[in-house]
Every structure is written in C-alpha cells, then in structure tokens.
Design a protein around this ligand. Structure first.
Ligand SMILES: C[S@@+](CC[C@H](N)C(=O)[O-])C[C@H]1O[C@@H](n2cnc3c(N)ncnc32)[C@H](O)[C@@H]1O
Length: 274
C-alpha cells in the first residue's frame, strides 16, 4: 500500500506506481464505507455555509460532498480522474455544486490562503512526501482557517493491514509509513508551531461484511492497493497472503452473533492555522 519517503528523496517512480494503484479497481465502491467519517470531519471543523473548502485527495468526493451538504463552496482534488468522475456523478445526484479538479496533493495549484478550510480524509497520508503535503495544506488555508484530517492509526485495523502488506512488499529505504499521519507526534513534526492543535480524537469507522472471505473478495475486487498486491505477489505466496489477511480480519471482528464487523481506528484532527 502507500508508502512515504523523506522530503529530500525523489520518489517520482514510486508515485506513478501509486497513482496506477489508486486507479485500479474502483475506490468509489470502497469509499461507501467512509461516508460517515467525512460527515464527522465536517462537523469537527464546524463548517459555516458559504465557506471555501478544499478536499485534498478527495477520491470520489466523500469529504467534499459532506462540506457541500453544509452549504460550503466545496472543491475536491485528486490525481485519479476516474474517481473525480464518480464524484461529479454523486454531486449531480444530490444537486450539489462541488467542483472536482485533477491535481497532486504534493503541489496544489491553488493560490495561497484561498480556502477557509482544507480537509483530507484518508488522503494526503498516502502521498509519498509527507512534509510537502502538510506544507501545501497550510499554504492554501487562510490564517485562522482550519485543517481537518482523518488518518488511519498504525495500531488500528488498517494500520495492521498495511503493516502486513509491507512484510510481503518491503518499503523502499527512506520511506515513512502512511499511518505515521495517524500519530500526534508525526503531525506535530509536520505542522510544528504554524498551527494550534484544536482537536485530536481517536474514532472508529465500521466495515460490515458477511464474513472474512467476503471482506477479502470485496477489497480484492475494488481496492486498488489490495488488488495490485495480489497481482504482484508470487504464485507461491498468494494463498499465504490471503490467509494472513483473513486471519487479521477475523482477529479484528467484533461481531459475536454472525457476520463481520471491523472497527477501523483513525485519528480525527482539527488544526487551526496561526
Ligand atoms: C484512501 S483514498 C481516500 C479517498 C477519499 N478521500 C475518501 O475518503 O473517500 C486515497 C486517495 O488519495 C489519492 N492520492 C494519493 N496520493 C495522491 C497524490 N499525490 N495527489 C493526489 N491524490 C492522491 C488517491 O488517488 C485516492 O483517491
């Protein structure tokens, strides 16, 4: 899954691989599971109607749509055009005027201080250069404006899935795991004293499936990073990867009366730009 380098490293090749990975499957289907965290994030930043809101690495638009539902002038940006197309369809279905634009979250094209609020829902955490993403979120946000982030924690379910996948595909040297964004210490390093930490909270997003088998089938079909992992893993290790992932899903299953309910822990953070 996504892996992140130190700022000085040129990981452009890794980034283009990651872009192809996010374009595989159909993340818009996966994103159904995280509509609720997008709604909660917009509540956490306490949006006002009429505010200019940018959703960075929007995918199919979850947080941008949540912002628009609250009357914000929302813009969603992502580097996978197919996902933006899903976002446009969703906005049309709800009669919401969200603007979706192609862009890289390590180099946003928007002017300085052009948004009241910058959001990223499980988004910037996956881009290679953590520092550049943090700097860009800060740059486009006006002084006194807010940055709202939702990031999977290292010890939560998705952090454990990514850690497991890293055993099969060891990260290139110099990379920092995406789930570092799910720790307060890393965020303090990235944003420093340019922000105040207005709110920081551990939350859960629930994933409901018929069984661990069903969870894996669903994610293998639609979740680019998992689909690509099964494509890339050698024939000799494919069954073991499936077994390890299903064992993890079973370990995190909190349903005791049938079915599978996995609560994925994430960090919800609100920063205020000084
Ligand atoms: C886990 S998905 C989350 C999508 C969306 N925010 C949501 O919660 O439904 C991660 C998203 O980050 C996007 N992404 C990753 N690296 C990016 C980059 N460097 N620039 C723009 N988008 C990026 C991917 O295309 C993908 O849509």
């Amino acid at each position: 899954m996504g892996i992140a380098p130190q700022p000085a490293t040129d990981f452009s090749q890794i980034k283009s691989m990651q872009k192809a990975t996010w374009g595989a499957g159909n993340f818009a289907v996966i994103a159904r599971h995280t509509v609720f965290p997008g709604e909660l994030l917009c509540e956490a930043v306490d949006l006002r109607a009429g505010q200019r809101v940018l959703d960075v690495a929007t995918g199919s638009g979850n947080a941008a749509l949540s912002a628009a539902r609250r009357g914000a002038e929302a813009v969603g940006t992502d580097y996978v055009p197919e996902l933006l197309e899903w976002g446009r369809k969703r906005a049309e279905a709800e009669q919401l005027g969200v603007v979706f634009e192609e862009g890289d979250c390590e180099g946003l094209t928007y002017p300085e201080a052009s948004f009241d609020v910058a959001l990223s829902l499980f988004g910037t955490m996956f881009a290679p250069n953590h520092q550049r993403c943090a700097d860009e979120l800060l740059r486009v946000c006006r002084p006194g404006g807010k940055i709202g982030l939702a990031c999977w924690t290292p010890e939560g379910f998705w952090g454990q899935v990514f850690a497991l996948q890293s055993k099969y595909f060891p990260p290139a040297p110099g990379l920092t795991p995406p789930t570092a964004w799910g720790t307060e210490s890393h965020l303090r390093t990235l944003f420093g004293d340019r922000v105040t930490f207005t709110q920081i909270e551990r939350r859960m997003a629930d994933f409901r499936h018929a069984s661990a088998d069903h969870w894996l089938e669903f994610f293998q079909a639609y979740f680019g990073p998992m689909l690509k992992a099964f494509e890339r893993v050698g024939d000799d290790k494919r069954e073991q990867l499936a077994a390890d992932l299903k064992a993890l899903a079973t370990e995190f299953n909190r349903a005791t009366d049938g079915g599978l309910v996995i609560s994925g822990e994430y960090l919800e953070v609100v920063l205020t730009k000084r």
